[in-house]
Design a protein around this ligand. Structure first.
Ligand code: ATP
Length: 202
């Protein structure tokens, strides 16, 4: 039967890069952030409930969630955040399960769930996967990578890092650690991925 891997790591650590390397080895990659975003994109499954709970003003003219307005609302209001998550999380869970079933039916030997906030989410994701793989990177390198990739100022990237769980907490949750620091080349990263996959006969 297939191996279900929960792949996580801080912003810019290299999750997508590792997921791509696992895809080269026949893995199906399930992108939790993409699924979550789709629930609030135009026509998204979360929009009717969001309009009902928070009022139609949070839905923009394009029919999508007004992300800036929503962010403002949940930033100061923990209960609003909880109500939003109570709408979105079950829908993400359903769509994740649907994609996983589809990948299993297609015969993929590995399913990789790319979940940036797996550690932060507690049992919600941990219960779905057999193993947690953490892509580990020093914060200085994460900051450099994200500044370069997203053309963002340093302060903004530092703020995002500060809102995520600390490196040590992610490492404590890991079954397997893939180190992807400043001196890690894509070749040496791929070697680590191969070694970790080989542990499971993949
Ligand atoms: P996010 O959480 O923001 O989605 P991520 O963890 O998926 O990020 P990636 O997108 O895989 O991270 O990597 C971040 C950036 O760093 C990308 O531009 C990627 O090409 C680059 N990168 C990752 N690992 C390496 C490496 N070993 N050598 C060179 N560049 C790398």
């Amino acid at each position: 039967s297939a191996l279900l891997i929960g792949l996580t790591g801080g912003i810019g650590s290299g999750k997508s890069t590792v997921a791509g390397m696992l895809a080269e080895r026949g893995a199906a990659v399930i992108d939790a952030d993409a699924i979550s975003r789709a629930t609030t994109a135009p026509g998204g499954a979360a929009l009717p409930a969001i309009a009902q709970v928070f009022g139609p003003t949070l839905i923009g003219a394009d029919g999508a969630l007004d992300r800036a307005a929503m962010r403002q609302l949940v930033f100061r209001d923990a209960s609003a955040r909880q109500r939003l998550e109570a709408i979105i999380h079950p829908l993400v869970g359903q769509e994740t399960d649907r994609q996983a079933q589809q990948a299993l039916a297609a015969g993929h030997p590995i399913l990789v769930f790319d979940v940036p906030l797996l550690v932060e989410s507690g049992a919600r994701w941990r219960g779905k996967v057999d193993r947690v793989w953490v892509v580990d990177c020093d914060p200085a390198t994460q900051i450099e990578r994200v500044m370069a990739r997203n053309q963002l100022p340093r302060e903004q990237v530092e703020q995002i890092l500060a809102a995520q769980s600390p490196r040590a907490q992610r490492l404590a949750a890991a079954d397997t650690v893939l180190f992807n620091g400043a001196d890690t080349t894509l070749d040496t990263l791929r070697q680590q991925v191969q070694r970790a996959a080989a542990t499971f006969g993949l």
